[in-house]
Design a protein around this ligand. Structure first.
Ligand SMILES: *[C@@H]1O[C@H](CO)[C@@H](O)[C@H](O)[C@H]1NC(C)=O
Ligand SMILES: *[C@@H]1O[C@H](CO)[C@@H](O)[C@H](O)[C@H]1NC(C)=O
Length: 328
């Protein structure tokens, strides 16, 4: 529409109108903040160009947000010097499984009244601190350990962070591909077959795939089964998260608005539910000013989103495609 064209033009003038020294300063500050060092001059120039494009995108979006056209804001996080294609290739390593292979979770018929209207499992000590997967497509491993950590806490009373590196290194025979991606279900298949998984303290994260070094001395988690929730059924998901605990999930995280999400209710109209590429952990849900949301833990560090978390619009026709796997 004419209106949006004007906003875009205005905004572009605004950014380009910024003195180049102010922009230089902002660039230098951002590089220091995120400890960015480039190999050579041409790499540095290229990253600056990408960063400026992302800056424009962020400023335009936030201007529209303050005019009431979006329910979330964007910001310059550690991914601001990367294109959307790079982020999707390097970080989003979720592979979609064939649902016909699994037993679906069928909830015992419970009355709506017994499902909590909101829940935040962080407040019950069931969620470990946010981690950063780095430039390794290991989201599936972080998602899987997150779900198991919650169930172990329920069983044993203590929250022990489990080792995504254990899964990255050791579940290749189960069909996973280390930093090149994997399946949540195959992470659980490995843990069941292996008879356990080490703690993150015993088997620390290394940002790349290495030799399998599992040892039962470091074992801190085990699992005997898992189920898949009916896809796109947000009511059943609410019941599962509300009554069982954090649930491993996968979503469409392809859009730049996701990569540079800063805070608020993520409700991006272009978030196609059929394109799923990133695994996360659903740790709760609630309603904010009349808008339902899922509380989602990501593994992109605390500089991303709301201290590492995302609030994803809920009951909006399965926005971004939420596909969920859970442990029982
Ligand atoms: C500069 O660094 C980039 C990224 O590491 C590399 O791909 C490129 O070949 C380098 N170019 C030169 C001229 O050394
Ligand atoms: C599980 O549910 C999905 C639809 O959500 C269906 O396609 C699949 O066949 C079901 N699996 C089994 C084993 O019933």
């Amino acid at each position: 529409s004419m209106h949006s064209v004007c906003v875009v033009l205005l905004f572009t003038r605004g950014v380009l109108g910024q003195s180049s020294s102010a922009l230089n300063e902002q660039w230098e500050e951002w590089k220091v903040k995120y400890q960015k060092v480039y190999n050579n001059q041409s790499e540095s120039l290229y990253r600056r160009e990408v960063w400026e494009k992302n800056l424009q995108l962020v400023l335009r979006h936030n201007q529209e947000a303050s005019a009431g056209r979006h329910t979330f804001t964007m910001g310059l996080n550690h991914l601001a010097d990367m294109t959307a294609e790079e982020v999707n290739e390097k970080l989003n390593g979720f592979k979609m499984e064939d649902p016909n292979h699994f037993r679906n979770w069928t909830s015992k018929q419970v009355s709506d009244a017994s499902i909590p209207s909101s829940v935040d499992w962080r407040q019950k000590g069931m969620v470990s601190p946010v981690q950063n997967q780095g430039f390794c497509g290991s989201c599936w491993a972080f998602s899987a350990v997150g779900a198991l950590e919650g169930q172990m806490k329920k069983k044993t009373g203590s929250l022990v962070p489990l080792s995504p590196q254990n899964l990255v290194d050791c579940s290749t025979n189960d069909g996973n591909h280390g930093c090149r991606g994997g399946y949540i279900s195959k992470a659980f298949t490995y843990i069941i077959r292996n008879g356990g998984i080490d703690s993150a303290h015993f088997y620390p994260y290394e940002y790349r795939q290495g030799k399998c070094r599992y040892s039962s001395k470091g074992k801190a988690g085990y699992c005997s089964g898992f189920k898949v929730l009916p896809r796109g059924d947000e009511k059943t998901l609410q019941q599962a998260v509300g009554t069982v605990g954090p649930v491993a999930a996968a979503i469409n995280a392809m859009l730049p608005s996701f990569h540079h999400y800063r805070g608020g209710l993520y409700n991006a109209p272009g978030c196609n539910p059929r394109l799923i590429n990133h695994a996360v952990l659903i740790v709760g849900y609630g309603t904010d000013r009349g808008e339902d949301f899922w509380l989602v833990k990501n593994s992109w560090g605390t500089a991303w989103g709301e201290a590492g978390y995302l609030r994803l619009a809920r009951n909006k026709n399965n926005l971004c495609g939420l596909y969920t796997v859970m442990i029982v």
